[in-house]
Design a protein around this ligand. Structure first.
Ligand code: 6PG
Length: 255
């Protein structure tokens, strides 16, 4: 069960996004200072859009705040669609962030889901992870930061309840068949997520309240896969809003 001390309740999505932007900036600056680059995996869905807008605004006001030339962007998961498709996580990130900051194109590592074979797309992405992180065969990347969301069913990335990817503890990234959507996804596995130095989850809205209560109050990870998020040697921060936290017991709701 997530430690209550790792959970911050903010008023609303804007509050979550401001807090997330501060954390993103702080981790990026510390990572670049410590080892010369900042490796970050973006989350899909709609929640991150507000964070992206704030990062664009911060960077425009203070170009020295984030040294984008040293930022390596990855994606925690991708839908099995081309990069220009409305459902593409890359398209969302590109439109709301990547096309608006001075990040070199070669620093953006998208999952090539235009490949009609999702398994091949996952293999290509795995090879890119291995190359950028200089990984040995059975080594997992250690991201400085992985951003995640949570669906109303408790999924995170594309680790959906009762799907095969939940059980894969050997691969870094896999193609995952999601019956409820009748589609393939490509997703980080649990070990990749849990090898990160820092994981930040953003959960906003009333539609997440029931699942978040189960996650925080004791539900099973098979049913609520986001509960698998437990970095083995890293930190986890939950940024949730009041609407999403409404049913969670024993939580500090701030002011
Ligand atoms: C995706 C995401 C997914 C997302 C949650 C929450 O590909 O959809 O990676 O895990 O974070 O579904 O989505 P919203 O932010 O849209 O609520």
């Amino acid at each position: 069960m997530p430690e209550r001390s790792n959970v911050r309740v903010l008023d609303d999505l804007q509050g979550i996004s401001r807090a997330a932007a501060d954390e993103f900036v702080a981790v990026s600056r510390q990572s670049i200072k410590d080892h010369g680059r900042f490796t970050v995996a973006l989350s899909g869905g709609s929640t991150p859009k507000a964070l992206h807008a704030i990062l664009v605004e911060h960077s425009a006001k203070n170009p020295k705040l984030i040294d984008w030339s040293r930022v390596q962007i990855f994606f925690g998961d991708e839908r099995h669609v081309p990069p220009d498709h409305p459902d593409s996580n890359f398209r969302m990130a590109n439109e709301t962030l990547l096309s608006k900051v001075p990040i070199p194109k070669e620093n953006i590592h998208r999952i090539r889901c235009e490949n009609s074979d999702a398994v091949q797309a996952a293999a290509q992405y795995d090879a890119e992870l291995a190359q950028v992180f200089q990984l040995e065969a059975n080594e997992f990347p250690r991201f400085d930061l992985i951003l995640l969301g949570m669906g109303p069913d408790g999924h995170t990335a594309s680790l959906f309840p009762k799907t095969a990817a939940l059980k894969d503890l050997t691969k870094r990234v896999v193609a995952n068949w999601v019956q409820k959507f009748n589609t393939w996804r490509v997703t980080f596995t649990r070990p990749t997520i849990n090898n990160a130095a820092s994981v930040m989850l953003m959960v906003a809205g009333e539609d997440k309240a029931a699942a978040l209560a189960e996650v925080m109050n004791g539900g099973s990870p098979e049913t609520y896969p986001v509960k698998y998020v437990k970095p083995t040697n890293g930190t986890v921060i939950w940024l949730v809003d009041r609407a999403a936290a409404r049913l969670v017991k024993d939580i500090d709701r701030g002011k």
